[in-house]
Design a binder for this molecule. Structure first.
Ligand code: ES4
Ligand code: ZN
Length: 319
């Protein structure tokens, strides 16, 4: 049985398995530019973040109706339960859908219809994290935040994702301030491909309470000391970093160094359909390739609850 854990860095669109993509394409009368699931899986060979994002955005086109978003989330929750996940804070990318004519209501109502039964069906508590696409204008992010106001009860936080380099956090200072005004928590991808200075910006300009990835903090000793002192968590995604070539191999992954530096490190799957495994597969990979022992894996699992935005009562039940 997989150790109980929270998953804090999971893009729901990145859980779209090839089989489900073809099923939804069929249902919606869409022809995918790939002959079959094997050909599609063969396309999952990436050189960097952008090469992945190109396929990630292309394949999303099969998601059109509430039922599609429901089925996507239900498939994730089923897999997550088998991986020991007891709480999930789930990223979604509204602009990737509204930008191609799918309404925000369709996206959120579809996802919510699966999340609403998750605790009973899968013993997983959930919330949504609304991510802004950092390679789109900040005005569009602000419009997205305003359009999401009727749904805030389901949304615990805002996040920042997509192509990092050239799109520094500072671009979204006002949007994150507005999100805070609305009572939302704040997280941001930083230091995945971008420099350590982007992590400083996420902390100081956006008020980020967790850093997604953050592995490049190691290039700035002052930043490492700051993260250790403040215990701002990092949501690290080992399989993702290897597949997108931020790290050469799993055996070279800096996760042990981050832990040794006293940081609040968590392990997550990012886009598990694309990167070769779900969250517990990542834990096992660390055990096999970096020699992490049971005690270290337990620490990582405990960190995942500590780093979560769980309400106090559920936190007590899980920790
Ligand atoms: C993402 Cl791995 C990663 N990085 C940044 N943005 C993303 N969106 C989905 N996966
Ligand atoms: Zn991510």
């Amino acid at each position: 049985m997989a150790i109980p854990k929270a998953e804090l860095h999971i893009h729901i669109e990145g859980t779209l398995e090839p089989e489900l993509a073809f099923h939804l394409a069929d249902r919606n009368g869409i022809t995918l530019p790939h002959t079959d699931v094997h050909a599609l899986r063969d396309a999952y060979s990436f050189t960097d973040l952008q090469s992945f994002l190109n396929l990630y955005y292309e394949l999303m086109d099969v998601l059109r109706t509430e039922a599609d978003f429901h089925d996507l989330a239900e498939a994730y929750l089923t897999r997550a339960a088998a991986q020991g996940v007891r709480h999930a804070e789930i990223f979604f990318d509204p602009q990737a859908h509204t930008g191609r004519g799918v309404s925000l209501d369709t996206v959120i109502n579809g996802l919510a219809s699966a999340l609403d039964t998750s605790l009973e069906r899968h013993n997983i508590s959930t919330s949504l994290i609304l991510c802004f696409l950092r390679d789109r204008p900040a005005t569009e992010a602000m419009d997205t935040l305003m359009a999401a106001r009727p749904h805030l009860e389901r949304i615990s936080a805002v996040g920042l994702d997509s192509a990092e380099v050239g799109n520094p956090p500072e671009k979204f200072t006002e949007v994150f301030a507005a999100a805070a005004e609305l009572g939302l928590r704040r997280v941001a991808h930083a230091g995945e491909e971008g420099p350590a200075s982007y992590i400083w910006q996420a902390l100081n300009l956006l008020g980020a309470e967790r850093i997604d990835h953050g592995i490049r903090c190691l290039e700035d000793p002052e930043l490492v000391s700051h993260l250790a002192a403040t215990q701002v968590p990092l949501t690290v995604c080992p399989f993702s970093n290897v597949r997108l070539r931020a790290v050469a191999t799993l055996a070279d992954h800096p996760l042990p160094a981050l832990m040794e530096a006293g940081l609040l490190v968590t392990v997550n799957s990012d886009d598990p359909s694309y990167f070769g495994g779900y969250v517990h597969d990542n834990y096992r990979g660390l055990q096999e390739h970096l020699g992490l022992d049971t005690e270290q894996l337990r620490t990582l699992a405990r960190n995942s609850f500590t780093a979560s935005f769980l309400p106090p009562e559920r936190r007590r039940a899980l920790l």
